[in-house]
Design a protein around this ligand. Structure first.
Ligand SMILES: Nc1ncnc2c1ncn2[C@@H]1O[C@H](COP(=O)(O)OP(=O)(O)OP(=O)(O)O)[C@@H](O)[C@H]1O
Ligand SMILES: [Mg+2]
Length: 364
C-alpha cells in the first residue's frame, strides 16, 4: 500500500501542519480537553475574544473564561452549558445564537458548532464560531425597515379609507339633497309660477296651487330636517315605502299609477327606491309634459326592478352630471344598474335593477 505524504508525517508534524491550516483560516476555532480546559486557539479566535496571544487562553477553563455570563449580566452556570457536551456524549452541537465574553468583559453574539475530537488525554471538543453582531444588526435594520414600511402602508390605507368614507358620505348627502328636498322646493317654485299666471284669471285654481306650494315647501323643510338629523325620510321608517310613495305621488300635478310588490326591503334599499322615484317623478314634472306616469316594482330572480314611465314628450338625455348621473350612482352604490329609454312623443321609461341578498328581507 502506498502511503500518502500526510500519513507518513510524524505526529508532531501533523499537529504543526493542522495548526498552520487553522492559523490561515478566518473562522475562529479552539479545542478543549476532556477537563474542559482550552488546549488550542487559532489566531482568528484569539482576536475575536480580544486577546493578544494564545498563551493567555491555553490552559484556562473554557466555560469560566469565555462563556460564564448571559448578556443581561446574570451568571451562566457551567452545568447549564451544552457547548462542551460533545466531550461526554460524542454528539455535535449547533447553536444559532449564543454570547461569548471577551477579555475585557464585553460580550458579542455568536453562532457556534461544537464537535467531539480525540485528544491525547481523551475526548475533547472542537468549537468553531462566527461573530454574528453584523448579521444581527442587518436583520434588526431589515425588521425595523419592514415595520416602518408596514406602518406607512397602513397609515396610507387608513387615510385613503377616511377620505373615501368622507367622499361617499358627501356624495350620499348630495344625492339625497338633490333627489329629496331640492325637488320639493322646485315643485314649490313651479306651483308658484303657475299661481302667478292664474292669479287674476283663475283665482280658485291659483288658491289651490298656493296650497300645494305651501305643502311642497313644508315637505322640503321636513326633508332637510331629516337629512340634518342623518336619517331617512321619517315616513319611510314609520309607515314604509308604499305609504311614502303614495304621499309623494299624491302631490304631483299629473296622475300616477302605483303597482308595488308587497315585499319588505332593507332600509338602505327602501331609501334608495324612494329617492329614485322622487327624482324620476320630478323630472316628469319638470320636463315631460305628461298627464300620466306609472311606478312599478317587481321582485324576480333575486332582483328588485323599479320602473317609472311617463307618456310625455320623451326627450330625456343622460348627461354625465345632474339628476340621471346621480341616479346611476345611487344604483351603482347598491350594485344595481339604471337604464333610460325615451321615445319622442311617446314618453320616457327609467328601469333600475338591484340585486337583493337572499334572506327573509326579500321574500315576497
Ligand atoms: N321624463 C322626462 N321626459 C322628458 N325629458 C326628460 C325626462 N327626464 C329627463 N329629461 C331630460 O333629460 C335631461 C337630464 O335629466 P336630469 O335629471 O339629469 O337633469 P335635470 O332634471 O335637468 O337637472 P337636475 O336633475 O340635476 O336638477 C333633462 O334636462 C331633461 O331635458
Ligand atoms: Mg332631474
Amino acid at each position: 500500500m502506498t502511503e500518502t505524504p500526510l500519513a507518513t508525517t510524524a505526529a508532531v508534524d501533523t499537529y504543526a501542519f493542522l495548526s498552520s491550516v487553522l492559523a490561515g483560516i478566518a473562522q475562529p476555532v479552539w479545542v478543549v480537553d476532556p477537563a474542559g480546559e482550552i488546549r488550542f486557539t487559532n489566531p482568528a479566535a484569539i482576536a475575536a475574544l480580544g486577546y493578544d496571544d494564545a498563551a493567555e487562553l491555553e490552559g484556562k477553563p473554557s466555560h469560566e473564561t469565555i462563556h460564564y455570563k448571559h448578556p443581561d449580566g446574570t451568571p451562566y452556570p457551567v452545568e447549564d452549558c451544552s457547548m462542551l457536551r460533545p466531550r461526554r456524549t460524542g454528539e455535535t452541537i449547533h447553536s444559532d445564537e449564543d454570547w461569548f465574553v471577551r477579555r475585557d468583559g464585553t460580550m458579542f453574539p455568536v453562532e457556534y458548532w461544537s464537535a467531539p475530537i480525540q485528544t491525547p488525554t481523551g475526548r475533547g471538543a472542537v468549537v468553531a464560531f462566527t461573530d454574528i453582531e453584523e448579521r444581527r444588526r442587518l436583520a434588526q435594520m431589515t425588521r425595523e425597515r419592514d415595520i416602518a414600511e408596514a406602518r406607512a402602508t397602513e397609515a396610507r390605507a387608513g387615510q385613503r379609507r377616511i377620505i373615501e368614507a368622507g367622499d361617499a358620505a358627501r356624495a350620499r348627502l348630495a344625492r339625497d339633497l338633490h333627489d329629496g328636498a331640492q325637488q320639493q322646493f322646485l315643485n314649490t317654485l313651479l306651483h308658484l309660477r303657475r299661481t302667478e299666471q292664474k292669479w287674476t284669471t283663475e283665482p280658485e285654481q291659483a288658491k289651490d296651487l298656493v296650497g300645494r306650494a305651501v305643502g311642497e315647501a313644508q315637505s322640503g323643510i321636513e326633508g332637510l330636517r331629516e337629512l340634518a338629523a342623518g336619517i331617512h325620510p321619517a315616513i319611510l321608517t314609520t309607515r314604509g315605502l308604499a305609504a311614502a310613495l303614495y304621499v309623494l305621488t299624491g302631490r304631483l300635478p299629473f296622475r300616477v299609477e302605483l303597482d308595488l310588490a308587497q315585499i319588505p326591503l332593507p332600509p338602505a334599499v327602501e331609501a334608495s327606491v324612494y329617492f329614485f322615484c322622487s327624482e324620476a317623478l320630478t323630472n316628469v314634472t319638470k320636463h315631460a309634459k305628461a298627464d300620466v306616469a306609472r311606478v312599478t316594482t317587481v321582485m324576480e330572480d333575486g332582483h328588485l326592478t323599479i320602473q317609472i314611465s311617463d307618456n310625455g314628450i320623451g326627450a330625456a338625455s343622460n348627461p354625465a352630471a345632474g339628476g340621471f348621473a346621480a341616479l346611476t350612482d345611487r344604483m351603482a352604490a347598491l350594485d344595481g344598474t339604471l337604464e333610460v329609454t325615451t321615445t319622442p312623443s311617446r314618453g320616457t321609461t327609467l328601469t333600475a335593477r338591484l340585486p337583493l341578498a337572499p334572506g327573509p328581507t326579500n321574500q315576497g
